[in-house]
Design a binder for this molecule. Structure first.
Ligand SMILES: [Zn+2]
Ligand SMILES: [Zn+2]
Length: 745
């Protein structure tokens, strides 16, 4: 019996929003390159590899010809071998050659180190160099290893500032591998782009010009991302030649319970029903949820639906498991002892837990790349099933109605802006600390770095160039995940662990006293926000409410940078200043979003500069909407739905974007809608919105037109982060405005 037969009776009913089959594909093979080192050829033969996929051969040739490259073929298409091959070949050919592998997390570096070890190429001396590496081992690794695996943070504060210890390594540095490159976007990506430029500069000082080999999930702008990250052009290898099994894709929308309010049945309940159904048929299934709480609930609901014996074959899979525990779960899955696993999506990043029959994603994970990675777990060798169970979120519901937007268009771009002064300045200081900075460095660091040098307070101009005149090493002052040096630390008071950073601009609305804070899928309650010490003390929290901050926002236009006539109106992109004041928060029930309590807060206002896209609708766009409060409500609803859809165009989170709509703005003297980058200085999100304005507005109008609710709901105009707590929203008015704009194009 084929697998299809075993699940087809589950995939019926009104909940099934879309069902498609992605056809199987034959592999396109290429011979092993004739120039391959015998040592490497032997090791590959030992592993049964006697030919390549065409894209692996293409990557090898491009690397051998001396260029940079970025491989963006699909999940499980052998991307790793594509960049390993030229590297291992070079290591086998010359014992002096050194290479650096960059991974966003320690766990991924460990996985890669293990698979390199399994390949068993005698010439490779691989070692992990990260925060856990004992001091006495470090020196040995610097001298001995020819393949060093590390992460951007270690490179930034541990390696580059101490380049004198790495002289031989840098002198012989031939390749820099940047795996999971799509992770380096937004604020983190903007910082990493500067770290890589500093690496290129130091390598050049030591006489080396390393080639960059990047690998990324499928995105719209691979070549652009490679250039943004390294400052150099790269060949894009994207023609996937790996074989693919047939895959059934199902979009599953929980039933509408109240059409007026847009209220739907719980996605967790639907997911657990599917999970139980699939596991009950003996199919190995992984289910990804957005939070640990959700994953636990799905696990429990699914267990309740099954007999005790089958329920015992379900397991949760958590962040924080040791590699041994992970191996144990993998082994039980492979042996068929385990059938179902629920996990938070924090684990999705490249970690391989084997070949499964089905993958269920509960709620759109934020990017198509992540969704594809989750789905890639299902049916690698045999016909698999991939399911997205929609949440009530606007983007999820948009995909349910417009499946091609999810399955066929490739619009999502990984964006970053290394030149944002809030990001760049810390790296200019770090670069000057590493070696005096002069005009010649513009070639590697970019001309922007030299322009910023006079503005960095502790730099002195000398005969040798700009030098660091401060006392400490400046890199340590520049965290890679924030645009403000005065970010707040979020500390778990029960363990003393630092969970993360909250940028000052957002700390007041995300980690105020009483806020429920989510980290790696776990919930915490903020006990205290210490403004002086810039620290939020939190504790693990098991309650069933979340919080939403109420805030007052003002924007003023600092400088329009680009103004164009688009969609019949004046569209602007430029610098704005945003002032926010958090005045209260609401506690809301997880179950139904009802308000439990409103608590006032007394916090100072915060102001930050950022980039925004804004527009002033023309009178004919607003005809019939001019009366107050309809005008404001229409603009406000349009702003919310635009923000909900922007992550489809620019890979980011709704939480990375802010907005403001007003019936009369002081700077424009007219009704105006602003959508701004939530990170000080901007990381390219608003700029992408400006570039893609027509498509963005058209998608948003479609979202509003298609939502079945009567007057606006969480799936269209309501926003979980509205500073006005979703008051004054008019869906019909917003639809009129956006449709008229779209038709003016
Ligand atoms: Zn709606
Ligand atoms: Zn709002």
């Amino acid at each position: 019996m084929s697998a299809t037969a075993t699940w087809s009776d589950l995939l019926v009913g009104d909940e099934l929003a879309h069902l498609a089959t992605e056809p199987a594909r034959e592999a396109r093979a290429a011979p092993l390159p004739g120039s391959l080192q015998p040592l490497l050829r032997e090791a590959l033969a030992q592993r049964g590899i006697d030919e390549l996929y065409a894209h692996q051969a293409e990557a090898y040739t491009a690397a051998r010809d001396g260029g940079n490259l970025i491989v963006t073929t699909g999940t499980a298409s052998g991307k790793t071998l594509a960049f390993n091959l030229p590297v291992l070949d070079a290591l086998a050919a010359d014992r002096h050659t050194r290479t650096l592998y960059l991974y966003p997390t320690k766990a991924l570096a460990q996985d890669q180190a293990r698979s390199l070890g399994e390949l068993g190429v005698a010439a490779v001396r691989a070692a992990i160099y990260d925060g856990d590496t004992p001091t006495e081992r470090r020196r040995q690794i610097r001298g001995w290893a020819n393949l060093v695996l590390t992460n951007p943070d270690m490179l930034h504060i541990g390696v580059l500032p101490r380049h004198d210890l790495w002289g031989d390594f840098l002198h012989n540095l031939r390749f820099v591998v940047v795996d999971e490159a799509h992770v380096y976007r937004g604020v983190f990506g903007s910082h990493v782009a500067n770290v890589l430029r500093r690496l290129r500069r130091l390598a050049r000082i030591y006489g080396a010009e390393p080639q960059f080999l990047l690998a990324s999930a499928t995105i719209a702008n691979a070549g652009e991302l490679a250039r943004a990250l390294t400052g150099e052009d790269a060949t894009v290898v994207e023609d996937d030649a790996a074989p693919r099994a047939e895959r059934t894709v199902a979009l599953w929308n929980p039933p509408l319970l109240d059409a007026d309010l847009g209220l739907r049945a719980s996605a967790l309940g639907e997911a657990s029903r599917l999970l139980a159904g699939l596991v009950g048929r003996g199919l190995r299934t992984i289910c990804f949820a957005k939070s640990r709480k959700s994953a636990e609930l799905i696990h429990r609901f699914a267990s309740d639906r099954l007999d005790a014996e089958t329920a015992a074959r379900l397991a949760p899979y958590r962040a924080g498991y040791t590699p041994q525990q992970r191996r144990e779960i993998e082994r039980r899955l492979v042996e068929g002892d385990l059938l179902g696993v629920t996990s938070t999506d924090a684990l999705e990043l490249g970690i391989d837990i084997g070949d499964l029959d089905c993958a269920i994603s509960v709620g759109f994970p934020g990017t198509v790349a992540s969704l594809r990675q989750q789905w890639g777990r299902a049916g690698r060798r045999e016909h698999g099933l991939a399911v997205l169970v929609a949440s009530e979120d606007a983007l999820d519901q948009y995909f349910m109605r417009e499946p091609p937007a999810l399955l066929e268009r490739r619009v999502e771009a990984a964006i970053l802006d290394h030149a944002n002064p809030r990001v760049l300045d810390g790296h200019v200081a770090a670069a000057a600390f590493e070696a005096p900075l002069d005009e010649g460095d513009a070639a590697t660091l970019g001309p922007e770095a030299l322009e910023r040098a006079p503005h960095v307070p502790e730099l002195r101009r000398t005969q040798r160039g700009w030098v660091w005149a401060g006392k400490d090493a400046p890199a340590a002052r520049t965290p890679l995940r924030s645009t403000s040096p005065d970010a707040f630390l979020v500390v778990d008071a029960s363990s003393g662990d630092v969970l993360g950073l909250a940028e000052r601009e957002r700390a007041y609305s995300t980690v105020h006293e009483g806020a429920v804070y989510l980290h790696l899928g776990r919930q915490y309650l903020v006990r205290e926000l210490d403004l002086e010490a810039r620290r939020a003390l939190v504790e693990p929290f098991d309650g069933d409410w979340y919080t939403q901050a109420k805030k007052e926002t003002e924007t003023s236009i600092e400088e329009p940078l680009r103004v164009e006539r688009r969609l019949g109106l004046e569209l602007s992109f430029g610098r704005v200043s945003v002032t926010e004041r958090v005045v209260a928060y609401q506690k809301k029930a997880v179950a139904d979003g009802s308000t439990l309590d409103t608590v006032p807060l007394d916090l100072p206002p915060t102001t930050f500069d950022t980039e925004a896209v804004w527009f002033v609708p023309r009178p004919h766009h607003l005809e019939g909407l001019e009366a107050m409060p309809l005008l404001l409500s229409s603009l406000h609803a349009a702003e919310h739905s635009l923000i909900a859809l922007l992550p489809l165009w620019a890979m980011c989170d709704r939480w990375d974007i802010g907005g403001l709509s007003t019936n009369l703005h002081l700077d424009t003297g007219a009704p105006t809608v602003f959508v701004y980058d939530g990170h000080a200085g901007g990381v390219g999100i608003a700029a992408r919105g400006f570039d893609q304005f027509e498509g963005w507005v058209a998608d948003t109008a479609e979202l509003l037109a298609g939502c079945p609710c009567e007057r606006g709901c969480p799936s269209c105009v309501q926003s979980p982060k509205c500073g006005n707590l979703n008051e004054f929203l008019d869906k019909a008015g917003a639809l009129k405005l956006l449709t008229r704009m779209s038709n003016s194009g």
